[in-house]
Write a protein that binds this ligand. Structure first.
Ligand SMILES: Cc1cc2nc3c(=O)[nH]c(=O)nc-3n(C[C@H](O)[C@H](O)[C@H](O)COP(=O)(O)OP(=O)(O)OC[C@H]3O[C@@H](n4cnc5c(N)ncnc54)[C@H](O)[C@@H]3O)c2cc1C
Length: 291
């Protein structure tokens, strides 16, 4: 393993370096995915461009109707941010199960998205929030929906010289709650066998579902939204029967693989159970908020 390490001071400088050393350059933030890929000889970059210290990309900002997370935000910052203790709790729950403390203190959410693992834990909650990515490249800025950004395992619509700068999503309406569940072979330091993010909003004065957004990780080549399950729930009474049916529909929409961690059949069964459980947790949380 041999590479030159560059420490640009600005996004523009980072992009200039990436262009100068293309195609043998690679951005690195926390390095927790990149170093493993280098060690396993999956990649062999001659130049690593360290973006971890670029100014202004690690902040979590809140406006009246939206949140923006800098791409270099670390899981530790999400876990401890007061804004994610309430209706956006799934972000805290996803952040707090990524690796161990050392990983969460250094790894970034932007790295999780760009790495595009089907089992990436922070992608489903952002997908369930309809998040968009802000991207800067040599010709300027663009914005892309997260659901269009990841193409498949390890593949995205990012060119090698572009930098993801932030992730944006709208706040939730009243009577909303979220939940994230992860199932791994061990409790800690383990990638997901399946993970589920759920975002439920009830109608203003009934216990019927007004809006449901679900996202499932590690059960298909990329995290996905089971649209039939989401659509089925609209207008239905929130409760065991309808949540179980949504779980069944979500399992039907998944296309898991069998690997050393679990069989495809087991994963599909997990999807059904975990979707039902995540929605039940959301419902409990809405009730608690409104007591
Ligand atoms: C021990 C261990 C346990 C782990 N456990 C989990 C887990 O439980 N769940 C989970 O989801 N992941 C886990 N991971 C994977 C990893 O920690 C996460 O995916 C992490 O979020 C990657 O972030 P990073 O900043 O370290 O990425 P890096 O390794 O720095 O970068 C990853 C990729 O993203 C690109 N990149 C990074 N930032 C940007 C940017 N701003 N713009 C453009 N490109 C960028 C890099 O070029 C590289 O291709 C684990 C890793 C380790 C080592």
């Amino acid at each position: 393993m041999s590479f030159d390490l560059h420490r640009p001071a600005t996004v523009t400088e980072a992009i200039d370096l990436a262009q100068r050393f293309a195609p043998t350059a690679r951005y690195v933030a926390g390095g927790t995915d990149t170093v493993i890929q280098i060690n396993r000889k999956k990649i062999d970059p001659a130049h690593l461009i360290d973006v971890a210290c670029l100014p202004g990309l690690s902040e979590i900002t809140e406006t009246a109707d939206a949140f923006t997370l800098g791409a270099l935000t670390k899981y530790r910052s999400v876990e401890t941010h007061p804004a994610f203790q309430g209706d956006l709790r799934m972000l805290l729950e996803a952040a707090s199960v990524v690796g161990g403390h050392q990983v969460r203190n250094i790894a970034t959410i932007g790295g999780n998205i760009v790495n595009a693992s089907p089992a990436a834990d922070f992608v489903p909650p952002l997908l369930a929030l309809d998040a968009s990515l802000d991207i800067t490249g040599p010709t300027g800025r663009r914005s892309v929906a997260l659901r269009d950004f990841i193409i498949g395992p390890g593949r995205t619509h990012l060119s090698p010289v572009e930098i993801v700068t932030s992730i944006r999503f709208a706040k939730l309406p009243a009577r909303s709650a979220t939940a994230f569940l992860k199932e791994g072979r061990r409790r800690a330091m383990e990638i997901s066998v399946v993970c589920v993010a759920a975002c439920l909003t009830l109608e203003a004065s009934t216990s019927r579902c007004a809006s449901v957004r679900l996202a499932i990780g590690a059960a298909s080549p990329k995290a996905f939204r089971p649209e039939q399950a989401e659509g089925y729930l609209i207008g239905k009474p929130a409760g065991k029967e309808s949540f179980a049916e949504a779980g069944r529909l979500a399992a039907e929409a998944s296309s898991p693989i069998s690997d050393v961690r679990a069989s495809a059949g087991y994963r599909r069964g997990l999807v059904a159970v975990m979707v039902e459980r995540a929605l039940t947790t959301c419902l409990q949380r809405i009730r608690e908020q409104n007591q």
